[in-house]
Design a protein around this ligand. Structure first.
Ligand code: FEO
Length: 405
């Protein structure tokens, strides 16, 4: 009954949308849901590339059967074992008991570990090929993008790259599955949020993977989440390259916590200083109202970062402290950094913020503003100056990015 969408010659989209999950990995909000993408190659041999979250097993099996029309399913190729993609492996084996499961040695070990499945598998090594008939698949091991077993599968015949999570983003596919058939505005930002939160810690492995792929002529990228890239292939590869090198664009993220509005007033004033100095991309996040996943996205996107916090129980506001941990975990590099804060009787937030910049080896502004109790004229003017000085550090030639909203 299902009419599957054609992605390239003989290659069909058999993925699903998840509009119900509130938080990805029970941690990252999904205001626009997420898709789990899987693909079916109909050649002399048939091959399924990745599966979907098991909660969607019925629809998934229905889509596959509609395409096979009684034909045998020969191979299941597994690019990534995280259960949002591997969750239906057991179901696939039950419906298609003769299917050969294809993966590298780490994949197959995880197939057994997660699902107790060990027989009828084909272990492939980096660079090996699998002939389906017309389509010839070549496997590229890309460890730690972002799990140890991650790999990509390249269809040499039609130049289609099945990339696993790489180049993927949050957001359901609302009717269309190809980038060329949809309004892409929100997907670029959701790609950046996926990257920053899920893959961001693994910039070096991503760089190694990109180097491995660099001589391939790629017409289509089929990720496991989000749009299928066709006309935007060069742009998305470039964006991934930039994110994984921690190359931020001109712009400044101001993140602050505030209990009674004094630190918040300082944040507003720093933002004004940046604007007066000509910076147009100034993104202000209150940690009490912005989820950390969005803050991290913007920290990955822009070159400047200014953090403010009052002293709270002799430390930082807890949500600011938590954010610092997330930034450190991802090893964010190459940021221009500034800080400000306030206190009532003990000025401890500043010490922590200064130490954090040193630990991250960021270029830190000489100016720092801290205020006791209410914000007075000197601190107010210093916040304006802090913004102006940051503007000088982050000003770089503008590279237009119409897709990055
Ligand atoms: Fe979309 Fe790493 O799973």
């Amino acid at each position: 009954m299902f009419k599957n969408q054609l992605v390239a010659n003989d290659i069909y989209y058999v993925g699903v949308n998840d509009r119900n999950k509130f938080k990805f990995e029970n941690s990252i909000p999904l205001p626009k849901g997420v898709s789990y993408n899987a693909y079916l190659i109909m050649d002399e041999k048939t091959a399924l590339v990745d599966t979907v979250d098991v909660a969607f097993g019925d629809v998934f099996i229905g889509k596959i059967q509609s395409q096979l029309k009684g034909r045998k399913l020969d191979y299941l190729i597994i690019n990534h074992m995280e259960p949002d993609h591997s969750g239906s492996i057991r179901l696939i084996r039950q419906y298609f008991p003769e299917i050969v499961i294809v993966g590298n040695n780490k994949t197959l070990s995880m197939v057994e570990g997660f699902y107790g499945i060990s027989g009828n598998t084909l272990e492939i090594k980096d660079g090996e090929k699998l002939h389906l008939g017309v389509h010839v698949l070549q496997f590229y091991l890309t460890p730690m993008v972002h799990w140890p077993e991650t790999m990509m599968t390249f269809d040499e015949t039609d130049k289609v790259l099945f990339s696993g999570d790489a180049f993927g983003g949050f957001g359901t596919l609302d009717g269309a599955v190809l980038d060329v058939n949809m309004n892409m505005n929100r997907y670029w930002n959701e790609l950046a949020r996926y990257y920053a939160n899920i893959v961001g810690k693994y910039g070096n492995p991503v760089q190694k993977a990109l180097a491995k792929l660099k001589n391939l002529e790629i017409n289509v990228i089929c990720s496991t989440h989000g749009p299928i890239w066709t006309e935007h292939v060069p742009a998305v590869v470039d964006y991934y390259d930039r994110l994984s090198r921690f190359e931020g664009r001109e712009g400044v993220v101001i993140v602050y916590g505030s209990m009674y509005g004094n630190t918040e007033l300082m944040a507003e004033t720093v933002a004004q200083g940046l604007s007066e100095a000509g910076i147009t991309k100034v993104i202000v996040h209150n940690v009490a109202t912005s989820d950390a996943s969005f803050i991290l996205r913007d920290i990955f996107k822009y070159r400047g970062l200014i953090i403010g916090s009052p002293t709270y129980c002799n430390e930082l506001v807890p949500d600011v402290e938590s954010l610092l941990h997330k930034i450190e975990l991802r090893g964010v590099r190459n940021r221009a950094y500034g800080h400000f804060g306030s206190y009532t009787w003990a000025d401890n937030s500043l010490k922590r913020l200064v130490g954090f910049g040193e630990k991250m080896k960021w270029k830190t502004l000489d100016i720092s503003v801290t205020e006791k109790q209410g914000v007075k004229a000197d601190a107010y003017n210093a916040c304006l100056e802090l913004g102006r000085q940051m503007a000088e550090l982050v000003r770089i030639p503008i590279i237009e990015e119409p897709h990055c909203v």
